[in-house]
Design a protein around this ligand. Structure first.
Ligand SMILES: [Zn+2]
Length: 348
């Protein structure tokens, strides 16, 4: 019985919250990753520069661009300006500076870039891009892949996925890699990526190297805009104060799958690194993959972060919790499509 009462009580709370939200002003936090023309984009992370500029035009026309610090302050004051729009970027791609910042400046739209620090510190390309380059480039791959590390073994029979023509590459350019049907290259790529997720960073890098060597592709030549920024470029990015920098862990793990100790290291060391490089406090955080567990919030509090962004796809309002600010994913929509979806998003 207590269970039924709890369940009914929980449902009522949800409904009440929905009704309350309906009559309260709301804003949106948008999550971008990368700006570029690259054709291969297995994760739908890239927005073409032309579309990014159209988005900014739409935001100026239909909303009120607001920085993450301003949004945080207004939530603390118990109010979110209606139709406020807050732009964020995850990971720290160089194209955020090269292609994104000039457009942000043109429309005077503030943004926060969440940086994964090990890639910046060591000048390494993002391992998921290397994996995508090795597995999703058109061409023939061997029939079988076996990865071995520390006594673990992963094996794949590629069968029909060994062949990947230009036509198939176009056809399999799906919005999400997990949507690929079994036997397709897209499905194989996702399966290898998922197997690597459970490893520690150094192990992931060793495994990606095994995949790259097996695929017979020399060190992937990722195009310039898709590399991480250097520490000097982080300075240039935040010069003039239109763009601010937040932390996004050291290695980009799924935090919720790790111990509190590893999470602490990942979160606090990324903050410390950025504060040393930038010489000022870093107060904002974004969870890689939007993933966390019961230990994570306490670590953010201990690290004296003001707020953190999740990937919960809904609008932000005055009662949004500061360590779980919802964020909408921004994809490569045209300005017109963005205008249409913006109206829907404000109602979420
Ligand atoms: Zn990320």
């Amino acid at each position: 019985m207590a269970n039924i009462i709890n369940r009914v009580g929980g449902k009522l709370k949800k409904v009440t919250r929905k009704v309350q939200k309906k009559f309260n002003s709301r804003g949106l936090i948008l999550m971008y990753h990368s700006i570029g023309e690259e054709a291969s984009d297995a994760w739908s992370l890239r927005v073409r520069p032309k579309h990014f500029e159209e988005h900014m035009e739409v935001f100026r026309k239909l909303g009120h661009p607001l920085s993450l610090s301003e949004l945080y302050k207004s939530i603390q004051a118990g109010e979110v300006p209606d139709r406020s729009i807050t732009i964020t970027f995850d990971d720290g791609y160089y194209n955020n500076l090269q292609l994104g910042k000039p457009i942000l400046e043109k429309y005077d739209v503030p943004a926060t870039v969440f940086v994964t620090t090990s890639f910046v510190e060591h000048g390494l390309s993002y391992w998921w891009d290397e994996l995508e380059y090795a597995l999703m480039s058109p061409g023939q791959l061997p029939d079988q892949l076996t990865l071995r590390l520390n006594g673990n073994e992963h094996h794949w029979d590629l069968n029909s996925a060994a062949t990947f023509t230009e036509e198939q590459a176009k056809k399999e350019n799906l919005p999400r890699p997990w949507l690929g049907e079994e036997g397709t290259r897209c499905h194989f790529h996702f399966s290898v990526w998922a197997a690597l997720q459970d490893y520690l960073p150094a192990e992931q890098r060793a495994l990606v190297k095994q995949v790259v060597d097996w695929a017979g592709i020399p060190t992937p030549e990722l195009k310039e805009p898709f590399r991480p920024m250097t520490p000097e470029e982080l300075h240039i990015l935040e010069k003039d104060n239109l763009v601010s920098i937040g932390a996004h862990t050291v290695h980009h793990p799924m935090l919720g799958r790790h111990s509190a100790e590893i999470q602490s290291r990942e979160i606090l060391q990324s903050k410390e690194y950025l504060e040393t490089v930038l010489n000022h406090p870093v107060k904002h955080f974004a969870y890689p993959f939007g993933n966390y567990n019961d230990d994570t919030e306490g670590i953010l509090e201990k690290g004296d972060f003001d707020c953190a962004c999740s990937t919960q796809q809904e609008a932000v309002w005055k009662k949004s919790e500061r360590y779980f600010l919802p964020r909408m994913e921004a994809t490569d929509l045209s300005g017109e499509e963005m205008e249409e979806t913006l109206e829907t998003l404000f109602k979420c």
